[in-house]
Design a protein around this ligand. Sequence first.
Ligand code: M6R
Length: 600
Amino acid sequence: MCGIVGYIGQQDTKELLLNGLEKLEYRGYDSAGIAMLNDSGLNLFKVKGRIARLREKVDMNVQATMGIGHTRWATHGVPSEDNAHPHQSASGRFTIVHNGVIENYQALKNEYLQDVSFGSQTDTEVIVQLIEKLSEEYDTTEQAFRKAMDMLKGSYAIALIDEKDNETLYVAKNKSPLLVGIGDGFNVVASDAMATLKVTDQYVEIQDKEVVLVKRDQVEIQKLDGTTVEREPYTAQIDVSDTEKGTYPHFMLKEIDEQPLVMRKIIKEYQNGDNELKLDSAIRDAMKACDRIYIIAAGTSYHAGLVGKQLIENIATIPVEVHVASEFSYNMPLLSEKPLFIFISQSGETADSRAVLVKVKELGHPALTITNVPGSTLSREADYTLHLYAGPEIAVASTKAYTAQIAVLAILAVDTAQAKGNNLDFDPMQELGIVASAMEALTDQKEAIEALARDYLSTTRNAFFIGRSTDYNVSMEGSLKLKEISYIQAEGFAGGELKHGTIALIEDGTPVIALSTQENVNYSIRGNVQEVVARGANAMVISMKGLEQDDDAFVLPQVHELLTPLVSVVPLQLLAYYAALHRDRDVDKPRNLAKSVTVE
Ligand code: M6R
């Protein structure tokens, strides 16, 4: 979703802002802009479309040592140059970039800004016009800024320039992520450390309803009442090279290939020198103490949660419910007496999940976040965190985070089972090691999968994925991958459900991709394949070694039957990748999508 980058220092700011925005491209956006302040005033450049267009538009002769930049993912108002950020107040004195959604923007507009003429359809413009209005009443911009922040309802991460003050970037946040990066003689602002890692790895966390005055050599954090807050910076644990594509044509392909490495990293991080599981004992206690687990997540993380349910119920023998975050808040089920909430989120910033976490904390229930970003909002606000160790995931389509989530859930399940004294015939680290090797064998077979993608998916309008039991969960993930990057209409179904309605859609040549990795449902899913073939479907069976039949399109190396999703998803990820390539899609940045969905 939207991204923010800001700089105040001694160097020319253009390249830093443009480079920072390029690093944020992966989050998804539809327009972009930068504003730079120098002695001759404010220089503003905005475009609809990609940063490459912005680069062409920016006047490279402009020199400035402070500026702000933004990538916008449209919420209020269509994607256009007028609606692109930065936005300016009526006089042009104040210039703002904003992530989030201002819920009371219409009320503020009606009450305080009736005489102001607006240049955009955005909620953001209301903020900057309000600050200008308040600056007429208050002695300083700092006071007007704090007052304005106090009047906003909703989510925001904000950076503001006052044309009359070339010494300060005014920054604030509530519910949307924002960091201040500390440099030597300069400071930066970013919605994601990825944007500014090239210049600093030292960051200060900003908490909700705080404002920050960012100067060249000083950072002052304040509460909304003006009292100051002291906070030490921390070191961001991201390697810059992990954020580069290297020799790969796309981040998605690189991230698919990284999955065996991620499995091995997880094995290393969750094991002590005696080959025993190494988990925070507080997490173990929370798992043991609960009578039911509620997994909350969105998209791919939700699909990992469905697999997690099977792992936890089978291994740790605790009942588990899995809920889509955006539905849970409005439709909360009756909770058990001692619930434990597990939030699964690659980014740790998904607003839908965060809304549930806020409610859960109000109700006083314990919460564990499983995330790839330990300092993220969901991680900070939960009681406990388990790290995915997957390294930065840049492609919008989640791949290595999904398999990392399942691996960490398996480890959590086994750790709990051991603590409960359950009888176990399952060494998770050994089994994950086998999975890593199987993944390698799969990623070495790209040509075969590319050929399948060409044969089955290069021209079709729709496709179905079917499976039973855990294969059904993976079929949903396979269909999400395909639809989000190739734009083929795809659905994942429980094999047995097809004949209750959806089989009506099967025509001559309709691709049906069936998974068969579980012995107990092998017979039935093959029956479902026969049913669709009899109606003209172009069926492709992906089976596990030991269950294969002569006509199967692809045979997966054998792994423990509880961990099959970790390998069966790999060919589905590659099928989606190659189907998207054959259709000339923007694989890493699919249309309309954002990497981190920070609005509800
Ligand atoms: O960062 P999160 O894991 O919370 O994100 C949840 C979903 O937005 C995400 O998984 C989305 O579905 C991906 N685009 C899937 O590839």
